[in-house]
Design a protein around this ligand. Structure first.
Ligand code: NAP
Ligand code: F7E
Length: 323
């Protein structure tokens, strides 16, 4: 039985990846940081089938300790401070988690279990103010937030450790991916949750920032398959993962409100508090390498994703409030 260690297992991607790995017959170990209250909502359904280990990206000895004890075959480094606006208000902590955290993970890996395979969660935010359209594995980076800058560091460090120490370390450059498990501050989930609240009479308006921004949005369940596929190749390499189709925030709003039988113009209010100091205007993936080499392709469309998220939030709030 293969062993996988997943950091960030309590997050959106970690929970879907853990389910995928269990379905492939892996023994799954999840790294969690100590908190005064448990934060296991997303992994509640699989908690009795996985092993949780306490460690922290800020604490080098704890990382060496869990990798040394578990001796994983595969390591998926998904843990990070992942919300872009917080990276301006907490830039130093973002650097510690999202940049230096990768160094600590790679150091633990090369000393404690160098025969393992390592996945780093890189991001389309590295392209920022894009240098070419669509973006490929060779498009130069131009990050627009402390988060994007930190991810560029983690990306190049992963490449450097692969080349310096001959490790099987790969970097997945994933474009935005969403699901009913997405954190509620990210734009898609903010909209689906807002639509559900308005539909059930719990709210009347939804306050939004820049609705002209465009992203290449996919479904998180499809994207964790790509992470796993990258670690099954004969050679370590980096891959862009996205759908190849971009949509605006406004389009997501229209589909989500329409699906609930609501007119978005009556409810959506512009709020400058949600504008960013530097914006990423338009991201679009060229996923041809992933399709060709990995045989990966996305299954869930943008429209299906938006409707799935609205349905899930309406069902969740109906259950919670018995409306
Ligand atoms: P998420 O839902 O925000 O989850 C982040 C995870 O990191 C949580 O489990 C969190 O634990 C953990 N974490 C944060 N700081 C930690 C620390 N100091 N020590 C240990 N664990 C820590 O993020 P996601 O959407 O699943 O994304 C997964 C990864 O992919 C992240 O690295 C993100 O930056 C990257 N990424 C995401 C996307 C996307 O569209 N979703 C696209 C490209 C790249 P707690 O539960 O304790 O907070
Ligand atoms: O914003 C605009 C906002 O916060 C998307 C993370 O997973 O994907 C994510 O980063 C767009 C931006 O995601 C609101 O200005 C408008 O242009 O959902 P988001 P993100 O910043 O693209 C990448 C790939 C990651 O790696 C990150 O970890 O939507 N927008 N109005 C808004 N965004 C938010 N959050 N809230 C608004 O009210």
């Amino acid at each position: 039985m293969k062993k996988a260690l997943v950091t960030g297992i309590t997050g959106q991607d970690g929970s879907y990846l853990a389910e995928h790995l269990l379905a492939q017959g892996y023994q799954v170990f999840g790294m969690v940081r100590r908190a005064s209250t448990e934060n296991f909502e997303r992994i509640a359904a699989i908690q009795d089938r996985i092993t949780l280990e306490q460690a922290d990206l800020l604490d080098q000895p704890s990382l060496i300790d869990i990798m040394g004890r578990i001796q994983p075959d595969e390591i998926y480094n998904l843990a990070a401070m992942s919300f872009v606006p917080t990276s301006w208000s907490q830039p130093v902590l973002t650097g510690e988690f999202t940049a230096l955290g990768v160094t600590r993970m790679l150091e633990a890996y090369r000393h404690a279990c160098p025969k393992a395979r390592f996945y780093q969660a890189s991001s389309s935010e590295m392209y920022g103010k894009v240098r070419e359209v669509p973006q490929t594995e060779t498009t130069p980076f131009y990050p627009r937030s402390p988060y994007g800058v930190a991810k560029v560091y983690g990306h190049y460090l992963t490449v450097n450790y692969r080349e310096s120490y001959n490790l099987f370390a790969v970097s997945g450059i994933l474009f935005n991916h969403e699901s009913p498990r997405r954190g509620k501050e990210f734009v898609t989930r903010k909209i689906s949750d807002g639509v559900a609240r308005i539909k059930l009479g719990l709210a009347t308006e939804l306050r939004m920032g820049n609705t002209d921004a465009c992203r290449d949005w996919g479904f998180a369940g499809d994207y964790v398959r790509a992470m796993w596929m990258m670690l099954q190749q004969t050679q370590p390499d980096d891959y862009v993962i996205g759908t190849g189709i971009a949509h605006s925030v406004k389009e997501f709003i229209e589909i989500a409100f329409d699906h609930a039988g609501l007119d978005w113009k009556k409810h959506v209010v512009h709020d400058p508090r949600f504008m960013r100091p530097a914006e990423v205007d338009h991201l679009l993936a060229d996923n041809s390498k992933a399709r060709r080499v990995l045989g990966w392709q996305p299954e869930i469309s943008f429209e299906t994703l938006a409707r799935m998220m609205v349905d899930a939030d309406i069902a969740r709030l109906r259950h919670a409030t018995r409306v």
